[in-house]
Design a protein. Structure first.
Length: 94
């Protein structure tokens, strides 16, 4: 079973649906880059395949999501994802 280390250092069970939901939310925030549930599922699967070992950090997952979005020509979605991730990070640091 995979675990993820959150920014606060807490280790929790890995939940790939969070990747799916984050990609979905980023894509819905942009225009002109339509994705389907098949696309979300495929990209989520690709991210999970790239994760090494049983434990990873939130930052590692985010980096891989960004790489996969760009690799599969979803640059606008990648930008929205990066902005959202940065915004979430800033909120949690406050």
């Amino acid at each position: 079973m995979k675990t993820i280390i959150k920014r606060d250092g807490k280790e929790v069970q890995f939940d790939e649906s969070k990747i799916f939901n984050a990609i979905y939310a980023a894509n819905k925030a942009v225009q002109g880059e339509k994705m389907t549930s098949i696309d979300y599922t495929y990209l989520t699967k690709k991210v999970v395949e790239r994760l090494d070992g049983e434990t990873c950090t939130v930052e590692q997952v985010q980096d891989i999501v960004e790489q996969m979005l760009i690799r599969y020509d979803y640059e606008k979605t990648a930008k929205a994802y990066i902005l959202k991730a940065s915004s979430n990070h800033d909120k949690k640091d406050s």
